[in-house]
Design a protein around this ligand. Structure first.
Ligand code: ADP
Length: 322
């Protein structure tokens, strides 16, 4: 089966300019060689601390930024080489939901106009037909069609995120890139929005690239999980394997912070000391060695490659086998 999305060795480096002449004096290695694929109807959770490059991956996939190198294939076609006009049909297939539903919704447009805008822009429907489609989308995401004429400020945070999701669904996409879609919401509302996304996936076969800084958020929704650190994936596996048998010390540290319902099974808390190093000057060798509780001398000189441990379970760590 052709993946809905296939990302191959994606890199995005931002030049750092300084001085009067604005000379390029360095690079921010925001994304530095990321590969993954998502099958139809599946969810990949992309997880890592703030600043590790998750949003940049999302923006490069959506072509909101041009990648420095690498390929982004949507249903088998490399969209990096397409012109704006050629890109149009692919834009319909991929939609994005952002973290903050307040700043991503135009406050001067009614909720109905926000949801219906993609229909007009792509010439799919107008007038009464568009209004009927918008009403159906409202119902689909658990909003009352009677609320169509209300403005974003008249909705709660969770409802605003439902508006964003309805808008993303308007053109029947195959993939939704959701960048921290529940991080700004109360915990009780987070579960409702995640359940809505899962229901929509079941009914429509949608694929999701679901970004979160916290493993707990993806535990319910993801089929596969990729853990990023300083612009690279350090471990990727199906969700059950990653949660039961994490091999990278960074994944283990992130997992130790995930609450477990049974206190007897409580994981030993493993605090990550210090901050993520600057992606302008990633540490030599394994980028994680400066914070790694089990690092040995080799880790500071020799960069580990992402190696398959078991079928579909890859990790980049010299010590993961031990
Ligand atoms: P995350 O989503 O994991 O928090 P981001 O993808 O937003 O991480 O950022 C990764 C790194 O790239 C950060 O160090 C950030 O400061 C840097 N970065 C992001 N966008 C730009 C930009 N437009 N110019 C320069 N640096 C950027």
């Amino acid at each position: 089966m052709i993946p809905v999305l296939q990302v191959e060795d994606l890199k995005k480096h931002y030049p750092v300019k300084s001085g009067f002449l604005r000379r390029t004096t360095g690079q921010v290695y925001a994304v530095d060689g990321v590969s993954f694929s998502i099958a139809p109807g599946q969810t990949l959770g992309l997880v890592g601390e703030s600043g590790c490059g998750k949003s940049t991956v999302a923006r490069a996939v959506m072509r909101l930024v041009a990648p420095t190198s690498g390929r982004v294939l949507v249903e088998g076609t490399d969209i990096a080489t397409l012109s704006k006009a050629e890109l149009r049909p692919y834009r319909r297939q991929m939609q994005m939901v952002f973290q903050d539903p307040f700043s991503s919704l135009n406050p001067r447009m009614s909720a109905g106009d926000i949801v219906g805008e993609p229909l007009l822009v792509h010439g799919v429907a107008t007038g009464a037909q568009a209004r009927a489609r918008v009403a159906a989308l409202f119902a689909q995401v658990g909003l009352r069609p009677a609320q169509m004429d209300n403005f974003p400020h008249q909705f709660s945070g969770g409802q605003r995120q439902r508006i964003s999701i309805a808008r993303a669904l308007a053109l029947n996409p195959r993939l939704i890139v959701a960048d921290e879609p529940v991080s700004a919401l109360d915990v009780s509302i987070q579960a409702q929005v995640i359940n809505l996304l899962m229901d929509l996936q079941r009914d429509q076969g949608l694929a999701y690239l679901f970004i979160a800084h916290d493993l707990a958020v993806v535990e319910h929704i993801a089929h596969h999980v990729a853990v990023m650190y300083l612009g690279r994936i350090v471990e990727i596996a199906d969700k059950v394997t990653l949660f039961r048998n994490p091999v990278h010390p960074y994944t283990r540290a992130l997992l130790s912070a995930v609450p477990v319902p049974n206190p007897k099974l409580k994981r030993k808390k493993q605090l990550l000391e210090g901050d993520v190093p600057s992606p302008m000057r990633p540490p030599p060798g394994c980028a994680f060695h400066t914070r790694c509780p089990i690092a040995v001398a080799r880790c500071s000189v020799d960069a580990p490659v992402l190696k398959e441990r078991d079928a579909g379970h890859l990790a980049a760590c010299h010590l993961a086998d031990g």
